[in-house]
Design a protein around this ligand. Structure first.
Ligand code: ZN
Ligand code: ZN
Length: 332
């Protein structure tokens, strides 16, 4: 998530290499500035992995090599493994560019990010389908050269990020569809052969989906609408499942994040005691992972204060209703 912390280009024109202010040489990717060409060149080895302009150039090159291979035709299985390796590399670059554009804080780049995610998914799926058709020597070559789907993070990570992109652009139906498909696919893979990596992907998808329902509910009520409580109930179930996986694999940092969103779901469902208990656990994990003086710990305290306040308000409201009811009864 380093890309999200990158300074917005319109606010900070600090040289990316030497931190000099008022840098006025802009990289073609428009994301970074330099005080001069010397600094730009000195920084290129580091920046090239994050530069959408250079990565898009490498996409074009890889596209050209792949089309040439396709024209020549793959006479044997081993040659087609080479093609699959290239396609998998290309998928990775598309995914990388998609995430960089999604985190660029420039909504104008979101449609392009969507296109890159689509290319990445198409290629990952294509490689996966071709792998299933390989036999003998080709299958052995593929096993050595191609990242295994179960071990490879990229297909499911792409799906999770793709869903988040739709969340940013408020395409709620598309967001839900991406997560539902990802969930179905990863559960299918796990039923076939469960691995810790697949479990990790499952927990990521579940928590992204839970997060989606909570954000949707939050925007409903902040817009003055009556929120759909089913979203919170669904989030509750998804987040609990994500949490049990994260606990089983001791992913404490992620469990702390999940517990925080779970507390929001409990709060919206007026399950205040559960919310406080989740926040206490989140606080404990955040202290262990990030230390007492960390932002995560501060947020847990803040959330706890909000939940307590909401609980007090709910109790007062009940009290008023009770008193009103008693008075009404007395009048009869
Ligand atoms: Zn400089
Ligand atoms: Zn650049």
């Amino acid at each position: 998530m380093a890309a999200t912390t990158r300074p917005s280009p319109t606010l900070y024109r600090v040289c990316c290499n030497c931190n000099a202010p008022d840098a006025d040489v802009k990289c073609s990717c428009l994301a970074v500035y330099y005080c001069g060409l010397a600094c730009q060149q000195a920084h290129i080895l580091e920046h090239k992995h994050e530069c959408t302009h250079l990565l898009c150039k490498s996409i074009k090159k890889k596209d050209a090599v792949i089309s040439q291979l396709q024209v020549q035709g793959c006479s044997d299985g081993v040659a087609s493994v080479e093609l699959m390796v290239l396609e998998q590399e290309l998928a990775r670059v598309h995914y990388k560019v998609g995430t960089l554009m999604m985190h660029s804080l420039q909504p104008a780049k979101y449609p392009e990010a969507e296109t890159h995610f689509k290319h990445a998914l198409h290629l990952y799926r294509k490689v996966e389908a071709s792998r299933g058709t390989l036999r003998g020597a080709a299958a052995r070559a593929a096993a050595g050269k191609l990242a295994d789907k179960a071990a490879d993070q990229s297909l499911y990570d792409t799906l999770v990020d793709f869903g988040q992109l739709y969340g940013l652009t408020c395409q709620n139906d598309d967001e839900l569809q991406v997560y539902q498909e990802a969930l179905q696919e990863v559960r299918g893979d796990i039923a076939h052969a469960s691995t810790p990596q697949l479990q990790r992907h499952l927990s990521n998808i579940l928590s992204a989906m839970g997060h989606m329902y909570i954000s949707q509910y939050r925007s409903q009520i902040t817009n003055g609408a009556k929120g759909d409580k089913r979203k919170c109930t669904d989030a509750n179930a998804l987040l609990k499942e994500a949490l049990s996986i994260q606990r089983a694999f001791s992913q404490d940092g992620m469990a702390a994040d999940t517990l925080k969103i779970l507390a929001s779901a409990h709060g919206y469902l007026e399950m205040f005691d559960e919310a406080r208990s989740s926040l206490k656990q989140a606080l404990h994990l955040a202290r262990c992972c990030d230390g007492e003086e960390s932002a995560k710990v501060a947020i847990c305290h803040q959330e706890m204060a909000i939940i307590c306040q909401e609980q007090v308000q709910a109790i007062i409201k009940q009290l008023y209703m009770h008193m009103g009811g008693a008075r009404g009864g007395g009048g009869l």
